[in-house]
Design a protein around this ligand. Structure first.
Ligand SMILES: C[C@H](N)C(=O)N[C@@H](CCCCN)C(=O)O
Length: 467
């Protein structure tokens, strides 16, 4: 009988099974990434964190990726040692980071910390628990980003020439489920258990399950390797330093990277402050306020695969990115208007932001694979993520500082655990204008990318599926 499937990746069921296996860990990783976001005010009352402390801790995610170039090394490891090794390593790193974070916020660390270089103050007095939690988040961030590029490369390997953008979209969507869960489960979990660290413990458990599931992916991926070797399909995976130079010479690569850092700087850090924004601007308790930002990943999780599938079948990747960036600016500008403080408006704006947050990622990540050849893809994704991490790290710091310096609108007394505590109130107009500015510049790079594609013919406006 004639052999129908040449390799495992030609079997549709296998491809989708692989996607499920790779995506579950994504959910776990994204849950922990945002699990502290609804707890900003709780950190203020339980750990005495200011907005600056919270911003400092949040920025921790990018410290090692950015300053120690861990992301660049991750890309090299990925292209040299492959998706299986890198995936396992990344999950172990995430578990280690999550543990440190748990330690820091579960009452083991007290006092403040400051750092000087001679007479120059490098770090103003910061809650020690925020510093240690930031270190844990920094370790976790290395693993999480390493896993992100690994997942991208694994999905491209299994889906190239097939439903690539849909698959990347679904993988991203699974991550969004994690983000959505992180928006509305932490406060009830803390209320139920009485422990601020309960969501982190849950994440640790989820990551251990993710580890086991990823091992199953490893078995299938190894089988694919063997089949490809037997069929004489070579995977030219070896990393060479020249790859970095080749990638860096590509103009379209830099446009997409600039678009990435600007777009994500206006979304991920926004998520970190969104619950508090809703509490402050729309006057509802943090228990319910987290449900509104949760709509963002919810709508994105439904729409990302939809736009991915549109891109696969109809093309128009560059145009999707332009439109997504326009929507982003529209939303942030409206959020910045103080008189627009009706809750329905907040819900509507978050939903529209969800559309933008679906359009740009669903087109951006498959587009990188059209600009850069597969054997350099791990390094290319790592370089994009590295630049993006500057934003993920720097913007929360910026916003936290801006809030404490320019946006304090008053103080209120709140009853927490039977004690009256003073809670600082913030006006979010300036932070929202900052987010809108990032979006404005992102539009410019989206247009530049579209223009470069028209010139060089990368096919960003063409469908991904080979007919
Ligand atoms: C935070 C991370 N560096 C990132 O950029 N995540 C993206 C891309 C995920 C691609 C998953 N296949 C996101 O949109 O979450």
């Amino acid at each position: 009988m004639e052999q129908i499937h040449k390799t495992l990746r030609d079997a549709k069921g296998m491809r989708w099974l692989v996607l499920i296996l790779v995506s579950f860990t994504m959910l776990c990783a994204y849950y922990l990434t945002d699990a502290m976001a609804p707890l900003q005010e709780r950190c203020q009352t339980s750990l005495s964190w200011s907005a600056t402390d919270y911003g400092f801790f949040t920025s921790g995610y990018g410290w090692f990726n950015v300053f120690l170039l861990m992301l660049v090394f991750s890309g090299m490891i990925l292209d040299k040692l492959g998706v299986r090794f890198t995936g396992v390593l990344s999950i172990i790193i995430m578990i280690a980071g999550a543990f440190v974070k748990y330690w820091a916020i579960s009452g083991h660390v007290d006092g403040t910390f400051e750092m000087h270089l001679g007479s120059y103050q490098l770090l103003a007095p910061t809650a020690k628990s925020a510093v240690v939690a930031g270190l844990g988040f920094a370790i976790f961030g290395v693993g999480c980003e390493m896993f992100g590029i690994t997942a991208n490369k694994a999905v491209v390997r299994w889906f190239r020439g097939k439903e690539m953008a849909l698959a990347i979209g679904l993988n991203t969507s699974t991550g969004r489920i994690g983000t959505a869960l992180a928006m509305f489960t932490p406060v009830p979990l803390v209320n139920m258990t009485g422990h601020l660290s309960a969501p982190v413990i849950l994440s640790l458990l989820l990551l251990c399950i993710g580890f086991l599931i990823f091992l199953l992916f490893g078995v299938l991926d190894k089988k694919l390797d063997k089949e490809e070797a037997a069929a004489g399909i070579s995977s030219d995976d070896e990393f060479k330093f020249r790859d970095i130079i080749d990638i860096a010479k590509n103009k379209a690569f830099w446009y997409i990277t600039a678009l990435c850092v600007l777009f994500y700087s206006a979304v991920f850090p926004f998520i970190k402050f969104a619950t508090n924004l809703i509490v402050q601007k729309f006057g509802i308790s943090d228990t319910f306020a987290g449900y509104i930002p949760a709509l963002l990943p919810f709508s994105a999780l439904l729409l990302t695969p939809l736009f991915g599938s549109m891109y696969d079948r109809r093309g128009r990747g560059a145009s999707i990115m332009v439109l997504g960036s326009l929507l982003l600016v529209f939303v942030h500008l409206l959020f910045s208007i103080p008189s627009l403080n009706n809750l329905y408006i907040a819900v509507g704006l978050v939903m529209v932001l969800g559309v933008a947050f679906s359009m740009v990622p669903s087109a951006m990540w498959p587009s990188v694979a059209k600009i850069i050849p597969e054997n350099k893809l791990g390094t290319a994704y790592a370089m994009v993520f590295w630049v993006q991490n500057w934003g993920i790290m720097g913007v929360p710091l910026l916003i936290g500082n801006v809030l404490d310096k320019y946006c304090i609108s008053g103080h209120v007394q709140k009853m927490v655990d039977g004690k009256m505590i003073e809670v600082t109130q913030y006006n979010y107009t300036i932070p929202m204008l900052i987010f809108a500015c990032f979006g404005g510049v992102a539009i410019l790079f989206a247009f530049l990318l579209k223009h470069e594609d028209a010139k060089k013919g990368y096919g960003l406006e063409r469908p991904n599926i080979n007919k």
